[in-house]
Design a protein around this ligand. Structure first.
Ligand code: ARG
Length: 459
C-alpha cells in the first residue's frame, strides 16, 4: 500500500519495519476519539473557510459512517497504514477521494495523537472513577453493618488496641476517597486541547482552536506548541494514580489473605470468590486477593516504564512516545479488572464476628485503657504505663488477662484501682470511649458514614 507520506521515498518500507513501527494493534482502541477529533477539526476548517464548507460536511458525514462500520466489525485495519490515525484517513480517502485529502490541513499526527490520547484517557478515567465509587459504596454498606463488630487493631502485626470492623473498612474508604480526588485532578490537567500545535511549531492557518476545544468538551487549549505535542505528564500522572489505587487494593488484599487463613479465621470468602487446589482436597484459596496483589506489580511496571521512556527525550515529538500506549492501556485494563472483582469478593465474604471478638480479647488490647484509668485517678501517665506493664507481665506468668484478675490482685499493683475498672476496660468501653473524630466509637463512625453517604449521593 502506498504510504500517505510516501512522496519523498523511492523504496517501499521493509515489511519488518512496518511490523515494528506500526501501532495499530494497540491504538485501534482510540478509533472513536480519533474520529470525533477529526470531525471537530473538519468542522472548524470549514467554518474558517480553510476548506470548502461542503467538503467539511462530507468529511464529517463519511467519518461518521466509518465509525459505524468499525463498530459493526466491517473494517479491517492495516498494519502498513501504521496507526489508527492513518488507517482512518486512508479509509476516508478511499471513500471520498480528494475531499478526504483535505482533512489533514493544519494538523500533524503529532498533535492528533496528543489529542486522541487525552480524549481516550479522559473517557477511561470516568469509567475507573465510577468503579472506585462503587467500591466506596460497598465499603459504606459493609461498615454500617459492622459498627459494633469488635476486632483487634494491629501495629507491627501485633495486637494493639480494640477497634471495629467498620473503623477498619472506613480506613480503606479514606484511601479510595483520595484516589477519586486524585483522578479528578488528573482529569483536570489532561483536559486541555492540543490541536493547533501542528508538528511542533504551530501552523500558519487561521485555526479556531477554542472552537475545537469547545466542541470536544475541553476546558482550554495548550499554550505552547512544543509542549502541546511532547507533554505526556498526564499519562504518567494517571499511571501513578492507578498505581496508588493498586497499592490500596493490594494492602487490603493482603489483609483478606491473612484474615481468611486458618490462624485468623476472621472471614470466610464466598465459594464463588475462592478456588481449590488440584491436589489438596481441603484447600480453599484466596486467589482473587492474591492476583490483585500480584497485578499491582505490573501497574507499577507501567509507571516506571513511562517515566523511563520520557526521561531522555529531547523536545518535541519522538517516536519513543508511541510506547506510552501499551503501558497506560495495560495499567487501565488491569485496574478496571481488579476493582469490580475485588468489590464483589468483599461484598460476599462472611465476617466471623466471634473470631474477631476473641481475637480482640487476647493480646492485652485493653492495656492502654488500664493505664488511662489510672491517669484519670491521678497517676502521671508514665507511672501508669509502668504499673500496667507489671500487670501484663504478671498475667503472662499466670496465663491470664487483666480483666480476669481479682480486685485484691489488681490492688496489689495500685490502690487507685476500684470495682469500676472492670467496666472501664471492657472492650466495648475501650472502643466507644474513643469518640474523637477519627476514632472507632460507634457514634463517630455512624456520623462519618452518614457524611460520606450524603457526599457520594450528591456527587
Ligand atoms: N502512532 C504515533 C504515536 O502513537 C502517532 C504519531 C506519529 N507521528 C509521527 N510523526 N511519527 O505516537
Amino acid at each position: 500500500m502506498a504510504k500517505l507520506w510516501g512522496g519523498r521515498f523511492s523504496k517501499a518500507t521493509d515489511t519488518q519495519v512496518d511490523d515494528f513501527n506500526s501501532s495499530i494493534r494497540f491504538d485501534a482502541r482510540m478509533y472513536a476519539q480519533d474520529i470525533e477529533g477529526s470531525q471537530a477539526h473538519a468542522r472548524m476548517l470549514g467554518k474558517q473557510g480553510i476548506i470548502p464548507e461542503a467538503d467539511a460536511a462530507l468529511i464529517v458525514k463519511t467519518l461518521g459512517e466509518i465509525r459505524q462500520d468499525i463498530e459493526d466489525g466491517k473494517v479491517e485495519f492495516l498494519i502498513d497504514a501504521e496507526d489508527i490515525h492513518m488507517n482512518i484517513e486512508t479509509i476516508l480517502i478511499s471513500r471520498i477521494g480528494n475531499v478526504g485529502k483535505r482533512l489533514h490541513t493544519g494538523r500533524s499526527r503529532n498533535d492528533q495523537v496528543a489529542l486522541d490520547i487525552r480524549m481516550y484517557l479522559r473517557h477511561e478515567i470516568d469509567t475507573i472513577q465510577a468503579e472506585v465509587k462503587a467500591l466506596r459504596t460497598t465499603l459504606l454498606s459493609l461498615a454500617s453493618e459492622h459498627l459494633a463488630t469488635i476486632m483487634p487493631g494491629y501495629t507491627h502485626l501485633q495486637k494493639a488496641q480494640p477497634i471495629t470492623l467498620a473503623h477498619h473498612l472506613m480506613a480503606y474508604y479514606e484511601m479510595f476517597h483520595r484516589d477519586g480526588s486524585r483522578l479528578d485532578d488528573c482529569r483536570k490537567r489532561l483536559n486541555i486541547m492540543p490541536l493547533g500545535s501542528g508538528a511542533l511549531a504551530g501552523t500558519t492557518y487561521p485555526l479556531d482552536r477554542d472552537f475545537v476545544a469547545e466542541q470536544l468538551n475541553f476546558d482550554g487549549i495548550t499554550q505552547n506548541s512544543l509542549d502541546g505535542v511532547s507533554d505526556r505528564d498526564f499519562v504518567c500522572e494517571l499511571a501513578f494514580d492507578l498505581s496508588l489505587i493498586m497499592t490500596h487494593l493490594s494492602r487490603f488484599s493482603e489483609e483478606i489473605i491473612l484474615w481468611s487463613s486458618h490462624e485468623f479465621s476472621f472471614i470466610d470468602l464466598d465459594d464463588a470468590y475462592s478456588t481449590g487446589s488440584s491436589i489438596m482436597p481441603q484447600k480453599k484459596n484466596p486467589d482473587v486477593a492474591e492476583l490483585v496483589r500480584g497485578k499491582t506489580g505490573r501497574v507499577y511496571g507501567s509507571l516506571s516504564g513511562l517515566l523511563t521512556m520520557l526521561k531522555g527525550l529531547p523536545l518535541a515529538y519522538n517516536k519513543d512516545m508511541q510506547e506510552d500506549k501499551e503501558q497506560i492501556f495495560d495499567a487501565i485494563d488491569t485496574v478496571k479488572m481488579c476493582l469490580p472483582v475485588f468489590r464483589n469478593m468483599i461484598a460476599t465474604m462472611t465476617v466471623r464476628k466471634d473470631r474477631m471478638l476473641s481475637g480482640a480479647k487476647g493480646g492485652f488490647t485493653n492495656a492502654t485503657d488500664v493505664a488511662d484509668y489510672l491517669v484519670k485517678h491521678g497517676l502521671p501517665f508514665r507511672d501508669a504505663h509502668s504499673v500496667v506493664g507489671r500487670m501484663v507481665a504478671y498475667c503472662i506468668e499466670k496465663d491470664t488477662v487483666i480483666d480476669a484478675l481479682s480486685m485484691e490482685e489488681m490492688q496489689e499493683f495500685s490502690p487507685l484501682i476500684q470495682e469500676d475498672i472492670y467496666d472501664a476496660i471492657s472492650l466495648t468501653t475501650c472502643v466507644n470511649e474513643r469518640k474523637l473524630v477519627g476514632g472507632p466509637a460507634m457514634e463517630t463512625m455512624q456520623n462519618i458514614i452518614k457524611r460520606y453517604q450524603n457526599e457520594d449521593a450528591e456527587a
